[in-house]
Design a protein around this ligand. Structure first.
Ligand SMILES: *Cc1c(COP(=O)(O)O)cnc(C)c1O
Length: 439
């Protein structure tokens, strides 16, 4: 599928419907929008806008629900660090019993800095460098998810040189269409990820002969924001077949990493159910005596974050509402045509709604958060919350247009704390070195 699915026709995009669908949000008659009981206006007053706000309770509740869904399956959760890599998020996941799935040496070090031991970390990615592989082996990583024959050879050489054995799983490309946006589908034969299905059995056999390599099983990850269980079932069935064939040929297969990608309800309250996801895992692998793993990112943290912004001005008689947040903060709408619910933060008992395009100030037409969204008339300085921005939000920010990274607030136990301060603008060029320029 080349583009995201269209919004359902009967979708109610009015702010009050969007708020009602999200249990962490309430509108207070005096204080305006509350996140877990904390007024968002109080956070914006103290930290300014744009500012990210994370709900710890939402992350905890979602991790607990997924853990409960997987109970009895011998299935470990490795949180995909790239979705939201703040140390507080990583520590919360660790406290909730999850390990980490990392895709770079930087993420490996970040996860360990947050207190996640290397023995609870798996390392995925198509282009691990020799330095990253060395780092992973030196700190005793639980598993390397190998994506090619070439990478397998490199890991073998490095591990045997270090006198170590690398526990690996082979990431297979099951060639299924996850039915998600083209930029976030990863399990098709024409995507760069994994080992072609037809070659996986012989590569697994080859891995067993290599020095420094201990093949443990298989991995797959077919994409992100997957709302239907059908592609999971198809991919898991192919992996199950391969495991049976490998075992029949005398190979030991003890682990299956089922990947992540579970989708959330950006546009409406219907999201992929973790119970259904667990059911698909149970159906395919439940009786195969495997140590199972899953690597969700978005599903755990997406609904837990929002981006607070202020209206700079409205123009063309309200047709455009220009915010002080931009695509450099939240790039998902520009990059993936992603939908984000947007709601006013004020007490707001206005009932008349008018369609408006909510845009950022950056000099790109793609800097558009939403088109023709029904909103009450917003005065200059009024605040809005861009919802479901806890995953692939702050982690993908840039400083394009010399805009500093936005600060981050953490809401927990009815209070908020600052977990990333706003930096002085000079910090943007503090590490630049002026060369000698002939006058
Ligand atoms: C990105 C990624 C994930 C997490 O994907 P989500 O859609 O956030 O759940 C899991 N595994 C791998 C290998 C990834 O690259």
């Amino acid at each position: 599928m080349a583009s995201p699915s269209p919004l359902p026709d009967d979708l109610d995009l009015s702010p009050e419907a969007l708020i009602a669908a999200r249990p962490q949000l309430k509108r207070h008659a005096m204080d305006g929008l509350l996140l877990d009981g904390v007024p968002l206006n109080a956070i914006a007053d103290e930290l300014g806008t744009p500012v990210w706000v994370y709900s710890a309770n939402t992350m905890r509740t979602r991790l607990a629900r997924l853990t409960a869904a997987l109970a009895g399956l011998n299935c470990h959760i490795h949180y995909a660090v790239k979705a939201n890599d703040h140390l507080a998020t990583l520590r919360l996941m660790h406290q909730g019993g999850a390990g980490a799935d990392v895709v770079s040496g930087g993420e490996l070090q970040r996860a360990r800095a947050a207190g996640i031991p290397a023995s609870h970390i798996v390392f995925s990615g198509v282009g691990k460098t020799a330095d990253e592989i060395r780092l992973a082996l030196a700190c005793g990583i639980f598993q390397l998810n190998v994506e090619s024959a070439e990478e397998l050879a490199t890991i073998s050489a490095i591990a045997s040189g270090m006198g170590r054995t690398a526990n690996i799983v082979l990431r297979i490309n099951p060639d299924v269409d996850a039915g998600t946006h083209a930029k976030i589908t990863t399990g098709r034969a024409d995507n760069k990820f994994g080992v072609p299905y037809a070659e996986a059995a012989s590569l697994y056999a080859h891995a067993a002969t290599l020095p420094g390599i201990s093949p443990q099983g298989l991995a797959l990850h077919i994409g992100s924001q997957i709302l239907s269980m059908a592609p999971y079932r198809a991919a898991f069935a192919r992996a199950g077949e391969l495991i049976r064939a490998l075992r029949a040929a005398g190979h030991s297969v003890t682990r299956m990493d089922c990947g992540g990608g579970i989708g959330i309800g950006y546009a409406d309250p219907v999201e992929a159910s973790p119970e259904a996801f667990a059911g698909a895992i149970r159906h395919a692998f439940g009786h195969m005596d495997l140590q199972l793993m899953t690597e969700p990112g978005r599903w755990l943290v997406g609904p837990a974050g929002l981006l607070l912004a202020s209206v700079v001005l409205t123009k063309a008689d309200g047709r455009f509402t220009v915010l002080d947040a931009a695509m450099n903060d939240l790039v998902r709408p520009a990059m993936y045509d992603a939908f984000h619910a947007i709601v006013p933060v004020g007490p707001n008992n206005q009932t008349a709604l008018h369609p408006t395009d909510l845009v950022g100030p950056v000099c790109e037409t793609g800097d558009t958060f939403a088109k023709s969204r029904p909103m009450p008339r917003l005065a200059d300085g009024a605040r809005v919350a861009i919802l479901d921005a806890g995953a692939y939000g702050a982690v993908m920010s840039s400083t394009y247009n010399a805009r500093a990274l936005a600060p981050i607030a953490w809401v927990d136990g009815g209070r908020f704390t600052t977990i990333r301060a706003r930096k002085p603008i000079e910090s943007l060029w503090a590490d630049e070195i002026m060369p000698d320029l002939p006058a």
